[in-house]
Design a protein around this ligand. Structure first.
Ligand code: SAH
Length: 214
C-alpha cells in the first residue's frame, strides 16, 4: 500500500535540508526530492531508513542511490520541463520518478528483469509517466533517440559511444566513469558531432554497469 503520511513528509523535509547543507542549490531538484516519497521504493518497513542520506539494497545485488547523489546528478543534468531524458539503470525507479516530477519526459532502461518489473508496477501505481524499458543500456534507446539529456546511474568503465550518438547537439551526458571502486562524475556537453566538452566533478561510488552477457 502506498501511503504517505505527515510523518513521512516531515522526514523528507529534514532530508532535503541535509542535502541542501551538503551543497545542492537547485531549488527545482530540492522540491522534487521533497515531493517524491522515497519509502515507496524500499522494501524496508523502517521508514526512517528511507530518509537517511544513504544508498540501500533493492535486490539483485543493486542499490537505490544515495539521495545526495541523485540530487547531484540531477543538478548536473540541468533539466527543464519538457526535455527528453534517457536514464540508464532504472533500479528502484526513484531517480526516474524524481526526473518525471520535474516535468521532463523520462525514458529509462534496466537490465535486470526483476527490477524492471518491480519499478514498472510501482511507477504505474504512482501514476508516474516515465517510460520503462528492459534491455542493455550500453546500446541506449536508438528507436527514441535523440535525447536532450542522458543520465547513467551505474559505473561505466568508459563512455559508451552509442550514448554520445543518441545525444542532441547541445545535449548533455552525466556519467560516473571508472572501472575500479570509485568513479569520477563526468559531464559531457555535445557542442557538435566532433566537438565534445568533458567536465569532471569529483569522486562517487556506484554499482558497475554490466553488459547483457555478464
Ligand atoms: N537509478 C537507480 C539506481 C540504480 S543502481 C535508482 O534510482 O534506484 C544501477 C542500476 O543499473 C542497477 O539497477 C543495475 O541493474 C542497472 N544496470 C547495470 N548495467 C546496466 C546496463 N548495461 N543497462 C541497463 N541497466 C544497467
Amino acid at each position: 500500500m502506498l501511503t504517505d503520511t505527515y510523518r513521512h513528509k516531515g522526514l523528507r523535509k529534514r532530508l532535503v535540508e541535509e542535502v541542501r547543507a551538503k551543497g545542492i542549490r537547485n531549488e527545482d531538484v530540492l522540491a522534487s526530492l521533497e515531493a517524491v516519497p522515497r519509502h515507496f521504493f524500499l522494501d524496508s518497513s523502517f521508514v526512517e531508513i528511507a530518509y537517511e542520506d544513504k544508498p540501500f539494497p533493492i535486490g539483485s545485488g543493486q542499490t537505490i542511490s544515495q539521495p545526495y547523489t541523485v540530487a547531484f546528478q540531477t543538478e548536473l543534468l540541468e533539466v527543464k520541463k519538457g526535455l527528453k531524458v534517457l536514464e540508464i539503470g532504472t533500479g528502484s525507479g526513484y531517480q526516474a520518478a524524481i526526473l518525471a516530477q520535474m516535468g521532463v519526459r523520462v525514458y529509462t532502461i534496466e537490465r535486470h528483469r526483476s527490477l524492471y518489473t518491480r519499478a514498472r508496477q510501482l511507477l504505474e501505481a504512482m501514476n508516474c509517466p516515465a517510460k520503462l524499458f528492459y534491455g542493455d543500456g550500453y546500446k541506449g534507446l536508438p528507436a527514441f533517440a535523440p535525447f536532450d539529456r542522458i543520465l547513467v546511474t551505474a559505473a561505466a568503465p568508459a563512455i559508451p559511444e552509442a550514448l554520445i550518438q543518441q545525444l542532441k547537439t547541445g545535449g548533455m551526458l552525466v556519467i560516473p566513469v571508472g572501472g575500479g571502486g570509485t568513479q569520477i562524475m563526468t559531464r559531457i556537453i555535445k557542442h557538435g558531432d566532433e566537438n565534445l566538452e568533458e567536465q569532471r566533478f569529483g569522486q562517487f561510488r556506484f554499482v558497475p554497469m554490466l553488459g547483457n552477457k555478464e
